[in-house]
Design a protein around this ligand. Structure first.
Ligand SMILES: [Zn+2]
Length: 418
């Protein structure tokens, strides 16, 4: 940035001018500007308009693109220490991958300190990549991360597929501090009684209920027919009882089952959603529930490609998540956008960028602060630069490059440079 102060010594209030401003919630501005006061955005618009409205403010000229911080709506920081987990065979199922993950975690004999250190490194890299807000899910309570540069919403994830295990976990809630937010893992690993119990706690505490849904085809096979790879997996772990197949599950499939359990509402975040039927998408959308896609993880595990076009057509703007490094090659939302760009050529680039910003903010109910450049939003937005953004001709070309060129050469925070 090149400061061009006009003599006003109040450095916390500035007018930022850039060749491109991408508010996400409103049209892209060429030669745009953003006015910031302390930690909030005051105004966004064409430079010449804002320069007339705020003639007294110091001007900061930016060379690149201004856009909101990214929102990573699904990550497991506690798995950072494991690195990518590859099952033995290229033809292995998702159950094989889960087994390999559990074995690696057991064999590594990790201390809590080791896990914390690796998680902290991931947070720093997420911040460097432009993430401002994330939803982290783990099986143990790690230290609070209030001092980290990213705002992190942490959920403690409960798994219990058998009746016995469900009742034991429900009993354990009596000793659980109220300030620990809890969620389930998935319909195949967290039984119906426990899912209902957790969702009711989420409603009382007004917290997000997030779980893995329709990540692979074996999930529906287990719930509807009591078949598929999860049967052996649960048997091997001594967790097989009469819980699955679920009695009374109807032709609406897994999503209908969740609807019957009263789990779907605006505070529910369904992660992955690779194998949803058209009817299931309609039910999720009708309930006002949110969806988070993790295309890098889906590719890594070869579980398929989520029906993004149909989800958007149903009126749902999904969020985007990296999932953990155990099921991905890199934790980078720029890379996730690239994968979406490749896999969904008919989806416009503006929607893909909106997923990584506004979609995540909406899913986490933080759109008043994150996800767009608009009055009252956080001033901690991004200024990105790179050769790919020099000489851009029009809005469409800019948006295409934002979602297809990967992590920019330079990512900085406007607020941090005040
Ligand atoms: Zn996950």
């Amino acid at each position: 940035m090149i400061g061009q102060g006009s003599g006003n010594s109040n450095k916390s209030c500035c007018l930022y001018r850039a060749p491109w401003v991408v508010p996400v919630s409103s049209p892209v501005l060429q030669d745009g500007a953003v006015v910031v006061d302390d930690n909030r955005i005051i105004a966004v618009g064409p430079y010449h308009e804002l320069a007339r409205r705020f003639p007294q403010l110091p001007l900061v000229s930016c060379r690149g693109v201004l856009l909101p911080a990214l929102v990573n709506a699904h990550i497991h920081l506690e798995l950072s220490i494991l690195g990518s987990v590859h099952p033995d065979s290229p033809n292995s199922s998702m159950c094989d991958w889960i087994s390999a993950l559990l074995q690696k975690r057991l064999a590594a004999n990790l201390s809590k300190e080791d896990i914390e250190v690796a998680a902290a490194k991931t947070v720093i890299d997420q911040y460097a990549s432009g993430v401002g807000l994330m939803l982290d899910i783990g099986n143990q309570s790690l230290q609070r991360r209030d001092a980290t540069p990213i705002e992190i919403i942490s959920l403690l994830e409960m798994l219990a597929p058998s009746q016995k295990a469900q009742q034991a976990v429900i009993a354990s809630f009596a000793d659980l501090p109220n300030d620990i937010s809890v969620t389930g893992h998935s319909p195949y690993s967290t039984g119906p009684d426990l899912l209902k119990f957790i969702k009711e706690r989420c409603r009382q505490q007004e917290t997000i209920f997030s779980f893995h849904l329709a990540e692979n085809e074996d999930e529906a096979l287990l719930l509807i027919h009591g078949e598929g790879c999860f049967v052996n997996f649960l048997k091997q772990r001594g967790a097989w009882d009469k819980t699955y197949p679920v009695q009374g599950i109807d032709s609406r499939g897994v999503v209908g089952y969740l609807e019957d359990l009263n789990l779907l509402d605006a505070e529910t975040l369904c992660v992955h959603c690779v194998h949803l039927t058209d009817e299931e998408i309609r039910v999720v959308a009708g309930a006002g529930a949110h969806i988070c896609l993790c295309p890098g993880s889906n590719r890594f595990l070869s579980v398929g490609t989520a029906p993004l076009g149909k989800i958007l057509a149903a009126g749902v703007l999904p969020a985007l998540g990296t999932d953990s490094i155990a099921s991905n090659t890199v934790l980078d939302l720029w890379q996730e956008m690239c994968i979406l760009r490749q896999e969904h050529p008919n989806v416009d680039s503006a929607s893909i960028l909106a997923m990584a910003t506004l979609g995540g903010a909406m899913a986490l109910h933080r759109e008043a602060d994150y996800g767009s450049l608009a009055p009252n939003r956080s001033a901690s937005f991004l200024h990105i630069q790179g050769k790919e953004y020099e000489g851009v001709g029009d809005t469409r070309q800019l948006l295409d490059r934002l979602v297809s060129c990967g992590r920019p050469e330079s990512i900085s925070r406007v607020q941090a440079e005040l």
